[in-house]
Design a protein around this ligand. Sequence first.
Ligand SMILES: [Fe+2]
Length: 147
Amino acid sequence: MSIEWNDSLITGIRELDRYNKDFYLRLNSLIDAANRGKGQTELPNMMDFLEMYVNKYLPLQEEYMKNYGYIKHMQHCSVHNLFRQSFKVLNIEFKRGSTSSLLVLKINKLLINWLISHINTEDVEFTTFIRSVMSVKNNLDKKEQVL
Ligand SMILES: [Fe+2]
């Protein structure tokens, strides 16, 4: 099973898009490794990536929401916080030395749920918003250049 990257997630903001694409690549690697019985080997890479995702990508996305006046900013942040909390619990387990197949399953489940319930829905909604704002901004910039 492979999870396909979806162009509806492209915001046009390079740094956000890079993390999002990376999320797909890493999740596919973990699923592939788990299917080959090698999930525990891939787990440290995934946990490193998720630490960066939680500490850099989510705050970056939240910053864009705030700066661009996204109406669902607070609601979206509270969902991010729930993800942070779930990741934190699993990361504590990992840092205590667990690389069990049960932990791999829990991480897979968390990420697939996150993909379906957040990235493919709420993040797509935000992406649609930011694309429209940037399109309006670009049009205004072009008009200013003409004037
Ligand atoms: Fe989000």
